[in-house]
Ligand binder design. Structure first.
Ligand SMILES: N=CN[C@@H](CCC(=O)O)C(=O)O
Length: 328
């Protein structure tokens, strides 16, 4: 089946990126791949979204389209062991939206195109979810939380209960689609159930947005500052509280701009550690068996030239932690 702007992972790419070594087996040698995920026995389907349009529509710095390849390079070369076997994993491929990106000239153009890509992404998410597979999605901007939640919600015929580790609530007003309003947009359409945000930064969430969220009883958050400056609650307790309050169909969001020093549009010198992000991925998967895991906003290279050779490896750790949590 052809999907607009989607490239299935093919044998040649897989073989080029998987570096074989005698006496060892890499994950890339075990996973299944390509279009026929429905007939694969794999339970977990991984897709990429190579896209920076949502970030530009939110007046940010482009670069999130570079995360997928960086992830793939690292992930395919993870050792296949009895701690993590590649057999239940299927890598489908990635959405490639760089041509659409090149067509944009203004903020309005980016916002219009985000609506367009929303409509490409959600049917595939719905189809994979309907096939009973759990999804792992590597973004891309946080704008894509909207089509992901919509697709899962339509497949499961239920609103999705979401936990989001993030410095920003992304609940901005509906002013055209972008990376700052996926949760307000998807809430507006009834696909988002309870919404829990872990680690909001007080400096970067507006009073208006916080007041809007306060009106809705099933939207809750912990500020990063309440955890680490005021010691009101520990990281573990805050996470546990959200996990306990998540019922039914669950989705997990991880915005990498909440993790200290990870390259992204809103890169931060103070935030969660890589280890906390790993604990988040593992524990949410282990305890909730969520329908999807969306990791977004990370970049291997920003358009301003900044590069980070570690992005792909961190994304790969997070995905393997999440899969281990699902399997244990
Ligand atoms: N998903 C990210 N949302 C942030 C982005 C900030 C930035 O790119 O600088 C927000 O809207 O506040």
């Amino acid at each position: 089946m052809d999907i607009a702007n989607f490239k299935y992972l093919d044998k040649e790419t897989l073989f080029t990126l998987t570096h074989k070594r005698e006496g060892e087996i890499k994950i890339g040698e075990k996973i299944s791949y390509g279009s026929d995920f429905e007939n694969s026995t794999a339970r977990y389907v991984i897709i990429g979204i190579e896209e920076s349009i949502g970030v530009k529509g939110n007046l940010g710095k482009s670069g999130t389209h570079t995360a997928w390849n960086a992830f793939l390079n690292a992930f395919l070369n993870v050792q296949n062991t009895d701690r993590l076997n590649g057999d239940p994993i299927h890598i489908l491929g990635s959405f490639q939206f760089q041509e659409i990106f090149q067509e944009c000239e203004s903020t309005e153009d980016y916002r219009e195109k985000v609506s367009l890509i929303d409509d490409s992404i959600s049917p595939l998410i719905e189809k994979i979810s309907l096939a009973g597979k759990r999804l792992i999605i590597i973004g891309g901007s946080h704008a894509n939380a909207y089509p992901i939640i919509k697709g899962v919600s339509q497949a499961k015929n239920s609103p999705v209960s979401v936990i989001n580790m993030d410095a920003h609530a992304d609940f901005r007003k509906l002013e055209g689609r972008h990376s700052g309003n996926p949760f307000s947009s998807v809430r507006h359409e009834g696909f988002l159930g309870p919404y829990h945000i872990l680690g909001l930064h007080e400096n970067y969430n507006s009073q208006t947005m916080l007041e809007e969220m306060s009106k809705q009883k099933d939207i809750q958050w912990y500020f990063y500052e309440d955890i680490y400056l005021r010691n009101k609650i520990s990281f573990d307790k805050a996470l546990h509280h959200f996990i306990e309050n998540t019922k039914g169909i669950a989705g997990i969001e991880l915005d990498m701009d909440s993790v200290e020093n990870v390259l992204s549009s809103a890169m931060t010198p103070t935030g969660f550690s890589a280890l906390e992000a790993r604990k988040y991925a593992y524990n949410t998967a282990y305890q909730l068996k969520p329908s999807y895991f969306h990791i977004c906003e990370a970049a291997a290279k920003l358009d301003n030239g900044l590069e980070d050779p570690q992005t792909g490896k961190l994304l790969s750790y997070l995905v393997t932690d999440f899969i281990k949590g699902l399997m244990e």
